[in-house]
Ligand binder design. Structure first.
Ligand code: HSE
Length: 373
């Protein structure tokens, strides 16, 4: 059985990955060994089978005995460990949820329902680094990737509504602290039906802008507001998150002629689902039915939501999709700009298809491939 080392399994993405692997009984398919950056010698997590105690995640010798390493530890760990491992001649598979290696020419960005052919070819060519993509990119491609793959798209703009989880566990807590803070400060005014709504609104604004408001991790208050800037500024004027839309999509699909993609990435007060409003410029006037059929047939997770207020409210919100593998895609219609302009809104769980699931699945692909060969 292939020896598979896990690092960063305790963090948020790592925990989602562990849960999914337990749910799918993945741990029986290889020999798992758990590493830690701080608790060497302690008990390994309960995965239903006996495993040795936790190993030191910086022990290059121990790591180099693994056939596969799966890490959700973050980019600085990757930066510190992977070059050393490769320098020592380690030729195992490196599966990584962090962004560090994504654009490296020796890496493949994995999203197998969309780019399985790219993955299979890479494995057969001896590529060893398989990296999870940016969450908004993966979620967009799970929804409409088939249109790009079929060469039907001239360009896309994506306006995102990104959840707190994309910024990390501390940010999710901060969003909740902010909500609590507003709730506590406003309780009396809200409970009194006589309070004029504009007085309540004024107090909300004063509260979220007050120095005591808990804002340590986000760059500005998020509860009761939105932040239209994610990650750092690039020379192009895009944020890095916006830049990834085009760079990673075209790398995932290995397009010969890159498809232009751009937009504005916005943080909103959702917990763990990213939403995106897409404008897709098609290169032909396809009927909506035909488009929906292609999308529905492209993978088993994308769900077309009828363009009604009831269905939208029930199925096309971050609250409705949270914790599910479904990729909801609705509000599909042609814009009145012209028959080649398609509009749609999509929602997906940032921690599942946006992070852990592509990692879980590439591990299975590599394990089954290696077991055959
Ligand atoms: N960068 C994303 C975000 C999450 O901030 O929402 C990671 O893909």
């Amino acid at each position: 059985m292939l020896k598979t080392g896990f690092i960063g399994w305790r963090g948020m993405v790592g925990s989602v990955l562990m849960d999914r692997m337990k749910e799918e009984n993945d741990f029986y398919e290889f020999e798992p060994l758990f590493f830690t950056t701080s608790q060497t010698g302690k008990k390994a997590p309960d995965i239903g089978i006996d495993t040795p105690v936790l190993q030191d995640a910086f022990d290059i010798f121990k790591l180099s005995r693994m056939d596969i390493i799966v890490t959700c530890q973050g980019s600085s760990y990757t930066e510190k460990v992977l070059p050393d491992l490769r320098k020592k001649g380690w030729n195992g598979f490196w599966i990584d949820a962090a962004s560090k290696m994504r654009m490296d020419k020796e890496s493949i960005i994995v999203l197998d329902p969309v780019n399985r052919e790219v993955i299979d070819k890479a494995i057969s060519c001896g590529i060893k680094n398989f990296i999870g993509g940016n969450c908004t990119v993966s979620l967009m491609l799970m929804a409409v990737g088939t249109l790009l793959k079929k060469g039907l798209v001239d360009w896309i703009t994506s306006i995102t509504y990104q959840s707190a989880s994309g910024a990390g566990a501390k940010n999710m807590r901060e969003l909740l602290s902010q909500m609590n803070y507003v709730g506590e400060k406003l309780k009396e005014l809200v409970d009194d039906p006589q309070t004029p709504i504009l007085a309540i609104d004024k107090k909300v604004t004063e509260t979220i802008l007050s120095p005591a408001f808990p804002v340590k991790n986000f760059p500005a208050p998020l509860a009761g507001s939105a932040i239209p800037f994610i990650d750092k500024l690039m020379d192009s004027g895009q944020t890095k998150e916006e830049w990834k839309g085009c760079a990673e999509t075209n790398k995932i699909l290995q397009t010969k002629n890159p498809i232009p993609i751009d937009g504005i990435c916005v943080r909103i007060g959702a917990m763990r689902c990213h939403s995106q409003a897409l404008t897709i410029k098609l290169n032909e006037n396809l009927a909506l039915d035909e488009i929906c059929k292609m999308i529905e047939e492209s993978n088993e997770w994308v769900k077309i939501i009828p363009n009604t207020p009831e269905d939208t409210a029930k199925y096309l919100t971050p609250a409705a999709v949270a914790g599910k593998l479904d990729i909801a895609l609705g509000r599909i219609r042609k814009l009145n700009i012209g028959p080649k302009y398609l509009s749609a809104f999509t929602v997906g769980d940032q921690l599942l298809w946006g992070a852990a699931e592509p990692i879980r699945r590439i591990l299975k692909i590599i394990v089954s491939n290696e077991s055959i060969s």
